[in-house]
Ligand binder design. Structure first.
Ligand code: GLU
Length: 397
């Protein structure tokens, strides 16, 4: 069965390559261009309105994975659905999202059902699967991040399909991803994937909310994410079942593309959504920035900053020219942080410009704000570094 399907996809891929692959978003994610791929499946696709797994549909996804696996592609699945499934079993209101305790209990019950389903459906296609449950901290701490990376590498080299979800049963409100879009982007980064595809109940980023504005148009490609991209993303989740709306998808795209990973948002509301997307490319592609170094990609993908540094226009230009941030260009500082913590760098209009590891704690940083480098030793009473944030520990956003 799987062998037959393999020939189907290679034939249809050949035809597609001949026709319009240059402009086809799907071509970017095919095995020959994307040896390692992360796919994220949203709750609204996996679980029906009665709280049951949409098994027939999921089987088509498992076939898709098997076909691509045979064509040499390594695939990691980020699967939502634990909370929605568990809430149904426990008869909890609001899909298990009425309180953090309900979500934690629902996830605990639902996760075991979800894993069982993936193991069965991938197993039926002769694929081994594995389960990894992560919290935000596992990827924010560099050592643990590298550990996750090594585990994924080993699993993939053994031909296993890792199935990942957030460990919602132990995550608390402050330290959770809360949506699997950003988790998928971080996994794309940690696994050194070439692409991440977010399958959901929306088929891409629109110029306005398509459910409210009939003139809204889907955007085919985004080369650089800026404030206007973010303004287009409304944060409503169409189904009300998952937690990630368009805003979290654009944030995921920012994490992925800054790490050199292509990311697509596409519909999962059709059978064999992966094969279909690789062929027709219907969705929005956020193209990878190829220039990022490993240290900087980790920095760009971090979700928690300990403070905010507001800088003047001259400093904004200096940073864009590749310089370090000096105290003289800083207007104000917020937050409590230690030396070496991650801080966000913003302009006077509060646009996020860059992120970096700060060289001073918050008290010392406040004392030298706006001061010239020569004055710093006198103010602090010790011979210090001239830069507040060195360019090697900074990533432009
Ligand atoms: N981790 C959640 C779950 O499995 C889903 C998060 C999301 O909706 O993106 O239910």
């Amino acid at each position: 069965m799987v062998a037959d399907l393999t020939s189907d996809i290679s034939e249809s891929q050949e035809q597609e390559t001949e026709t319009n692959s240059a402009h086809n978003n799907g071509a970017v994610f095919r095995p020959e261009n994307c040896p390692r791929l992360v796919i994220k499946i949203g709750s609204s696709l996996l679980v029906d309105q009665r709280g049951q797994v949409r098994r027939d549909w999921l089987q088509t996804v498992a076939y898709d994975i098997a076909k691509l696996h045979q064509a040499g592609q390594q695939i990691i699945v980020v699967s939502s659905g634990a909370i929605a499934l568990g809430a149904r079993r426990l008869n909890l209101p609001r899909g298990g999202r009425a309180s953090l305790e309900d979500a934690q209990a629902s996830a605990s019950v639902g996760q075991i059902l979800l894993s069982q389903c993936w193991a069965e459906l991938l197993g039926a296609c002769s694929l081994d699967s594995s389960q990894i449950l992560l919290t935000l901290d596992d990827l924010e701490d560099r050592r643990r991040y590298l550990n996750v990376s090594a585990t994924l590498d080993r699993l993939l080299s053994l031909g296993v399909v890792p199935v990942i979800n957030e460990n919602d049963s132990i995550a608390t409100a402050e330290i959770r991803f809360g949506d699997n879009d950003r988790l998928a982007a971080r996994i794309g980064q940690a696994s050194h994937a070439s692409g991440v595809i977010l399958f959901s109940d929306v088929d891409g980023l629109y110029t306005a909310n398509p459910t409210k504005d009939p003139n809204a148009k889907r955007i085919d490609r985004v080369e650089h994410i800026d404030n206007s991209t973010e303004a287009m993303a409304s944060s409503d989740s169409a189904s009300g079942m998952g937690s990630g709306g368009m805003a979290s998808k654009v944030e995921a795209a920012r994490i992925a593309t800054y790490s050199g990973v292509n990311l697509a948002i596409t519909t999962g509301k059709r059978p064999s959504p992966l094969t279909m997307f690789l062929n027709d490319g219907a969705g929005t592609l956020f193209t990878a920035d190829e220039s990022a170094s490993a240290h900087k990609t980790w920095l760009a993908g971090r979700l928690t900053a300990h403070g905010q540094v507001y800088i003047d226009q001259g400093a904004v230009e200096a940073l864009h020219d590749g310089n370090s941030l000096l105290p003289a260009g800083v207007c104000s500082i917020e937050g409590k942080f230690n030396r070496g913590d991650v801080v966000d760098i913003l302009d006077q209009e509060h646009n996020l410009i860059a992120r970096g590891l700060i060289e001073y704690d918050s008290e010392d940083s406040a004392q030298i704000t706006g001061k010239r480098s020569q004055e710093i030793a006198d103010i602090l009473g010790y011979e210090a570094r001239t830069a507040l944030i060195h360019r090697n520990h900074m990533v432009m956003l």
